[in-house]
Structures are given as C-alpha cells and as structure tokens.
Design a protein around this ligand. Structure first.
Ligand SMILES: [Zn+2]
Length: 255
C-alpha cells in the first residue's frame, strides 16, 4: 500500500535527532516520520507480543497509541513481558505500559484501557489506522478480526507458542481480501492459549518485533509486506517460511 500523506508537519530539532536513524532510511525519511506522527494504532493484548510492539511503535514516533488489556502483571509474565518489573506485580498492564511508554517517548499520545476486549471495544477503535492483535487465544483473535472487518482497518496478527510463531497482515480495509477466519475457521477448541504451554522468552520478542515492522511498513507504505501471507517462524530450527493466504469464498465472516 502506498500510504497517503495527510499533512505537512513542522518537525522539531528534537524530532530530527530522536528519529535520525529513521530519517536516514531512504524508505522513511522525514516524509515517513510525518506520516507516522499522524497515525493512530490500537494494540490489543499487552503480554509477550504486545510489549515489544508497543515499545517499538512508541520509539518510532507513532502519534497515537491505544492500549487494551484487562490483565494485571503476574510473576510468570516477567520472563518475556519486557515492559514490566517485579515492582509492577498486581498492577494493570495497561496502566504500567502507559506509564513506561510515556517515559520512553514523551512526544506521543498513549491511552491505556484496562478492559476486556469485547464488541463494545469498537468505540475505542473508530479512528485507528491499523489494529495489532497481540492476544493469545483464538476467541479474541476471531473477535478482533470481525471488528477490523466491520471498521475496515488493516490487521496485523501475531501468535507465539513454545518456540513457534506466526505473523500475518490482513487487509480488512480493502475489498475481496482474505481475513483471519479464512485461514482459521472454528478452531476454538483446538488451539490452546499460551497459559497452558511454555513460551521461549525471545520468541515473543521476535514475533512482536515483526508485527511492529509490518505495522510501520503498512502505515508508511514501503517494502513488501506480509499482506495476505502467513509467516511461520520456528526458532528451535531457526526457520522462517511464508505461505500465501487465499480467500475462502465460504468464509462466513468476510463474505
Ligand atoms: Zn474470511
């Protein structure tokens, strides 16, 4: 996608320093930075995936970030959820993440919502430019896909279990594209959440970083993205494989 530039912003001297390494990239430059500063991203789930996604999108200068997660920080989270410390145990992840990210980049607008993601969450996402699914279960992913189709927003999905992960970009903002449900239909009972299984600490970091990468590329409009493609990552064997996702004409969600 070639993203349209909205407005010409006046970049400050601080911007030019903070984002210097992005400005030096031919694919981003000051134009790309201006685009990012005017974008709004929603991140659903602030666990192993959501932490690195939120950190990288914050440091990259995305103008507004909405964080949604109803959980509190638990001790078992600390091995991979790198926004939280031992002192945050029992506190809402959305509150802690919001506080940390504001320190990381005071320039951007960050809102945290300690609520469960439901159909009512639509109201929080009306003006977002892209939705990042960083949840850990099929039910949430399925609902996020539905809402992203309803609102016509692109969706970056990530999943991580044991030492294997997946990343895909669903262009639910465009006509006649495959959606998450075309790929995984009725898997509620088959897919376990990572509550029951082990997860390698660096796996969630890898997958989350890839999700943030795809979000930046989609927002700024450069490179070749994982649009309608599923990246399968296996860290145990260090293999990265991409398969094409085709539209299921019988999909009940996007047809
Ligand atoms: Zn579909």
């Amino acid at each position: 996608m070639k993203a349209k530039k909205i407005n010409k912003l006046q970049l400050s001297n601080d911007d030019l320093l903070r984002y210097n390494k992005h400005i030096l990239l031919e694919e981003i430059q000051t134009d790309g930075l201006e685009i990012l500063k005017q974008k709004h991203v929603a991140i659903i789930g602030l666990g192993g995936l959501g932490c690195p996604v939120a950190q990288y999108l914050s440091t990259s200068g995305v103008g507004k970030i909405t964080l949604i997660d109803h959980d509190v920080v638990e001790e078992t989270n600390l091995q991979r959820q790198i926004l939280y410390t031992s002192e945050d145990l029992g506190l809402y992840k959305a509150d802690v993440a919001c506080k940390r990210l504001k320190i990381l980049n005071p320039d951007i607008n960050i809102e945290g919502y300690s609520v469960r993601f439901t159909n009512d969450s639509v109201s929080l996402m009306k003006d977002v430019d892209i939705i990042i699914d960083a949840t850990d279960n099929f039910k949430s992913r399925s609902l996020i896909n539905k809402i992203s189709l309803l609102l016509k927003k692109p969706l970056v999905m990530g999943a991580a279990i044991k030492m294997q992960g997946q990343v895909a970009v669903f262009r639910n903002d465009l006509f006649d594209m495959p959606c998450y449900n075309c790929l995984y239909d009725d898997m509620e009972d088959e897919m376990s959440s990572c509550i029951d299984l082990g997860v390698l600490s660096t796996l969630t970091g890898t997958i989350g970083s890839l999700q943030a990468t795809e979000a930046i590329k989609t927002l700024v409009g450069f490179g070749e993205s994982l649009e309608s493609k599923l990246l399968l990552v296996d860290l145990k064997h260090m293999s990265f494989r991409t398969v094409k996702i085709t539209k299921d004409n019988k999909c009940k969600i996007c047809n």
